[in-house]
Design a protein around this ligand. Structure first.
Ligand SMILES: Nc1ncnc2c1ncn2[C@@H]1O[C@H](COP(=O)(O)OP(=O)(O)OP(=O)(O)O)[C@@H](O)[C@H]1O
Ligand SMILES: [Mg+2]
Length: 1084
């Protein structure tokens, strides 16, 4: 496919405050037009490389000059706004003058810098304003009178597939219609306000108007949010008169698109919500991805690719920009922070695909007469069609109703087109001037109002809004009025001074009283939700400069008091939306760390909590308002409590929905909740629009969910005992996501043979490495449980996966109903062909997590409860939850603690077993010595005696192998004893290593031979025995085997004595004499 490729630029922003606080590291490097990204998880791996038309480094190497403009420091590669404009914006401008359509769009995750590049902040103006400014400057310098310029400006946002005109006060329900021009096939927005503009200032004012209208909508929660796509369209017509007096029109349409943050589309993509299909959330963004992919395929020569422009509003409007008649530039905004690796890589891949797209831009230049003639002809044709000539190539399968519907739709489109054409025909010079001057009157009024407001900001106390989108923060100003300023809904009587609309706003909501400069705020009616500095307001409090005030669930403001500009101590210099949200989260009991000491997962979880908490409040407020009898709560699910969802380790942020009538609960992944929230918002908007929302079928109700089994809690068993071929029996605590105990689970893990028969006692190994290379089986038995909460008597089941054999599916026990002490009697044999180190490592630290599920039934709740409103129910719920447990999750999970506990338990069992074994050995050795000493001297043969003692001493349980080893060792040792050869002492009990005594080449410091297990003392015993014809007094032997308690206390004693002494391994023997290198480890 020929044509010109879409130009792609990537730009990396500086770290934001949060990232700096938590000492984030950068994952992006740039070299020329190349951008490299490295995965922080695999630092040794080569970075991934991408090449683009431009790679802009705006991460560091800049200073902010006295005007607030960010500029590169000497020699730094920092790309300033001006530089980006020079490369990209200037091109747009040149193309516009030549008569090409131009499109510029910014893509990237939330907070990556799209708006910064497109619109800019304060003095750091972005490409759009600079381009507009330069457009008028160039027009002025170019104009010799032969050209008439006509510029219009329009601004819209797309949210939930609805188009809202940002320059118009009245948007129809359901948004503006997107229609297709029947002749050209192009899509356009019907009735979109196109404001004639005659200067850059007028554009600036209109942009402010648009931003302010976005902010109002976002704060009022009229089913819109800052997370919308914003499209600014500038039409630029040049009407050139030639010497003959005939006119030519060169026109260019510039589409400047600031897309909604991309990350949610990805994070929600994975959830299989049953309502997802119906949700329009980010439909536009995913459709854009599909369009780009299809176009990239086409340009690579793939045939028969359908480009799905029609799938979303955004792609319809960008049809020209992508693959059509337009010169297009995409800016991909990148976050440099390590925790955003996945999203940033996603953005780079997206950009990489986009650069393959080919467009066919043509100069739009036509003689005016021709244009007018064509428009007229077209109108005649359309009129004809209307009067009966519509060509309905009907699908034979269509019913007459469907046919009629289609006909009606087509008629509508034709009428709309007729009107649009007529408008163009009316656009003659005189008409244009009139329209421009009317628009100017409007802008002037806006400018005057703004000037007034501006001058008041420095003297009068006021509230200024905060929004999650920094672009929309500091846009709305509410000035206090006299002594008493009232806040509430506009239908209150008397009407409040300041009207707020939206969720949880009462008719009379709040009052701010100004008594000679002492300013106080209080709720104006019972139940009015207000928070000051994160804390719920119940009475009157003083408002200080820079205090944060939240009305209802969405109206967040900072109070500014120019008369007393002293903020309380600890107030940050600049109040951000994040700061205000953090303090709300903290007041709710969520711990929020400063970041530096948190793991990556914790940092991500923290960001997600702050993101999701306001949404949960909003959904709760809608639930109350629509009386949905559901309550929502943010919960943090620790890794142990996640049913091995493959989401990686670490705390996961989820939302719990609870049916307040019957107590049923559901746990939603963050993505699913965000999806649902969109649908809930949409439903609420329909309710506000007066549509019927209460008779929805449950399948279409976002608040409804089929009952599902609920995770009662999880219990983890650690597998250390398997390293020693020991079985492990335990009564594990079942803990819920908050770490609260929900019951107990009785499980058993037993090494066994292939048929599941438990191995006998002697299979126990002293050293896990002995298992290497051997086949191994163990049996997981889930015996029974004890469940605390009676509501789970409807049924309990346990599910688990065994990670070491890479289980894909869960193994489930049967459902046991009607009991809170369910008996599962479940067991499963797990086989490993050959034990490898990875298996041992897993035994050492890994665990099996048992997920205990309870059955829920969709029963009617208590009829008494049904009489209460959702608000009352939620209040009751809150009281009972506080009574039940005062705590909330913190993102510092107790997981390590639980794991430690389980580990310790296993270790104790292990030690007990070893201890028992040693006692057994000891008894056997005493017995052997006894028998030997009782023999007449002539029968006392040292060799067989020594063999049997050693055999016992070295017995480890893995009988065969150890016995063979033992025999070898014994023989070697005997030889050594006989030859009086000196070997270095072995102080380790490990029979494997003792097979080849560690030799450091030096002779030891005593004439001792280690008997592998009991060390020096036994060595000298053996030597003594040899010397005295094999006779050693029985007490001497018995003395060397202390009971463990004695040993431990002796060790402590010795440590106390050895304080300051460099050798901590010292243990005193019975005689109190320090004994170096004693083999205490044998016993432990
Ligand atoms: N190149 C840059 N230089 C300095 N600051 C930047 C740059 N890019 C972004 N920022 C800052 O990062 C923050 C987030 O940027 P911005 O609002 O542009 O993100 P966004 O991609 O538009 O996010 P959203 O999807 O939420 O609209 C802003 O405070 C902005 O000032
Ligand atoms: Mg933005």
């Amino acid at each position: 496919m020929s044509g010109e490729s879409v130009k792609v630029a990537v730009r990396v922003r500086p770290f934001n405050q949060r990232e700096m606080d938590r000492k984030a590291t950068s994952i992006i490097k740039m070299q020329g037009s190349m951008t490299m990204i490295h995965n922080p998880e695999t630092p040794k791996e080569e970075p991934k490389k991408f090449s683009f038309d431009y790679s802009y480094w705006s991460h560091d190497g800049f200073v902010t000059n006295s005007d607030g403009v960010m500029e590169p420091t000497g020699g730094s590669p920092y790309a300033s706004q001006r530089m980006v404009f020079d490369d990209l914006g200037q091109g747009v401008l040149n193309n516009a003058f030549e008569g090409y359509n131009c499109s510029l769009f910014a893509y990237g995750q939330t907070g990556s810098g799209k708006s910064y590049s497109m619109v800019g902040y304060g003095p750091n103006r972005g490409i759009v304003p600079i381009t507009c400014d330069e457009l008028f400057k160039t027009m002025q310098t170019n104009n010799d009178g032969s050209v008439r310029y006509e510029v219009t400006f329009s601004m819209l946002e797309i949210y939930n597939e609805q188009v809202r005109d940002l320059l118009s006060k009245d948007n129809p329900k359901g948004g503006l219609q997107v229609r297709q021009n029947p002749k050209l096939g192009m899509f356009y927005v019907e009735n979109l306000k196109k404001v004639p503009v005659g200067s850059y200032t007028e554009i600036e004012k209109r942009m402010e108007q648009g931003t302010s209208s976005r902010t109002v909508a976002s704060t009022n929660m009229n089913a819109t949010s800052s997370r919308a796509h914003t499209v600014v369209t500038i039409t630029f017509d040049q009407i050139i008169k030639n010497q003959m007096g005939s006119e030519t029109k060169k026109s260019s349409v510039m589409n400047l698109v600031d897309l909604a943050g991309s990350e949610r589309a990805d994070s929600t993509g994975a959830t299989g919500d049953r309502l997802k299909e119906g949700a329009n959330i980010n439909k536009s963004l995913s459709a854009l991805g599909n369009v780009i992919s299809a176009l990239a395929d086409l340009s690579m020569g793939k045939k028969k690719v359908m480009v799905p422009y029609r799938d979303s509003v955004l792609t319809k409007l960008l049809q020209n920009a992508l693959g059509g008649n337009s010169k297009t530039i995409m800016i991909a905004a990148l976050s440099p922070a390590d925790i955003n690796f996945d999203e940033t890589l996603g953005t780079l891949r997206y950009a990489d695909r986009a650069k393959k797209i080919k467009n066919q831009a043509v100069i739009n230049e036509n003689p005016m007469d021709k244009l007018i003639r064509e428009l007229k002809e077209e109108n005649d044709r359309l009129k004809n069609q209307l009067s009966g000539g519509i060509d309905m190539t009907a699908n034979p399968q269509m019913t007459p109703e469907e046919l009629a519907k289609m006909r009606q739709k087509m008629e509508e489109e034709i009428r709309a087109q007729l009107m649009a054409n007529q408008e163009m025909l009316n656009d003659n010079a005189q008409n244009w001037d009139e329209k421009l001057s009317a628009a100017r009157t409007e802008t002037d009024a806006m400018a005057q109002e703004e000037n007034r407001e501006h001058s008041r900001r420095n003297k009068d106390a006021h509230l200024v809004n905060l929004n999650e989108d920094p672009m929309l923060s500091g846009v709305l100003f509410h000035f206090l009025q006299g002594e008493k300023t009232t806040f509430g809904r506009k239908d209150a009587s008397p009407p409040p001074n300041i009207c707020l609309t939206g969720l949880s706003i009462q008719k009379q909501h709040a009052v701010i009283i100004n008594r000679k400069g002492e300013i106080e705020i209080e709720p104006a009616s019972q139940g009015a939700k207000i928070k000051v500095n994160g804390m719920p307001l119940t009475g009157k409090v003083t408002l200080n400069h820079q205090d944060r005030v939240l009305f209802g669930s969405n109206h967040l403001y900072v109070f500014i008091n120019p008369a007393k500009p002293q903020a309380p101590k600890d107030t940050p210099k600049e109040i951000t939306y994040e700061f205000a949200q953090k303090e709300i989260a903290q007041a709710k009991g969520f711990t929020t760390g400063t970041g530096a000491g948190l793991t990556k997962e914790q940092q991500v979880a923290q960001e997600q909590i702050l993101e999701i908490l306001p949404m949960v409040s909003e959904v709760n407020a809608i639930s109350e308002e629509l009386n949905k009898q559901k309550s929502f709560e943010v919960v943090l699910i620790s890794a142990a409590a996640q049913e091995g969802s493959g989401k990686g380790q670490g705390t996961q942020v989820m939302v719990k929905m609870k049916n307040l009538l019957n107590g049923n609960t559901w746990l939603w992944e963050r993505g699913k909740f965000i999806d649902r929230r969109y649908i809930i918002q949409e439903m609420y908007q329909q309710y506000l629009d007066g549509e019927e929302v209460f008779n929805r079928s449950r399948e279409e109700d976002p608040f409804w969910e089929p009952t599902e089994d609920v995770l009662v809690g999880t219990a983890s068993v650690f597998l250390q005992s398997l390293s020693y071929a020991l079985d492990f029996d335990d009564r594990l605590s079942i803990t819920d996501y908050k770490g609260l105990e929900e019951g107990h689970l009785i499980v058993n893990i037993t090494p066994c043979n292939q048929a599941g028969k438990s191995l006998d006692e002697d299979s126990f190994v002293d050293e896990p490495s002995e298992l290497l290379g051997r086949p191994y089986h163990f049996k997981v038995s889930v015996r029974s449980a004890e469940i605390h909460k009676s509501r789970f008597s409807k049924g309990v089941l346990v599910k688990y996966k065994v990670p070491i054999v890479h289980d894909k599916e869960y193994t489930e026990t049967k459902w046991v109903t009607g009991s809170l002490s369910p008996e599962f009697n479940h067991s499963r044999v797990i086989g490993i062909d050959k034990i490898k180190q990875e298996h041992l490592d897993f035994f050492d630290v890994g665990c099996i997590t048992f997920c205990v599920y309870g059955k829920q039934e969709d029963i009617e709740g208590d009829p008494k409860l049904a009489k209460l409103t959702t608000k009352e129910l939620r209040k009751m719920e809150q009281i009972s939850t506080v009574a039940e447990n005062g705590r909330r999750g913190t993102i510092f999970s107790q997981e390590p603690l639980l794991a430690d506990q389980a580990h310790l338990k296993t270790e104790i069992v292990l030690m007990q077993r070893k201890y028992e074994r040693l006692l057994q050995k000891e008894r056997r050795m005493i017995q052997l010595c006894d028998e030997w000493s009782k023999k007449p001297t002539e029968e006392q043969e040292f060799a067989p005696f020594f063999r049997s003692v050693s055999a016992v001493a070295n017995s480890t349980g893995t009988r065969l192998k150890t016995r063979v080893q033992l025999l070898n060792q014994v023989l070697k040792a005997q030889k050594a004893v006989r030859e009086k050869r000196v070997t270095p002492q072995v102080t380790n009990s490990n029979s494997n290593t003792s097979e080849q005594p560690m030799s450091n080449g030096k002779t030891g410091d005593g004439d001792t031979v280690s008997l592998f297990v009991f060390g020096e003392e036994e060595g000298s015993l053996a030597a003594e025995a040899e010397k005295h014809n094999g006779i050693v007094p029985r007490e001497r032997v018995a003395n060397h085997h202390f009971p463990i308690e004695t040993l431990v206390s002796q060790k402590k004693q010795a440590e106390a004595q050895a304080q300051g002494h460099h050798n901590h391994g010292t243990v005193t023997n019975g005689g109190g004499k320090p004994k170096e290198g004693s083999s205490t480890c044998t016993i432990m």
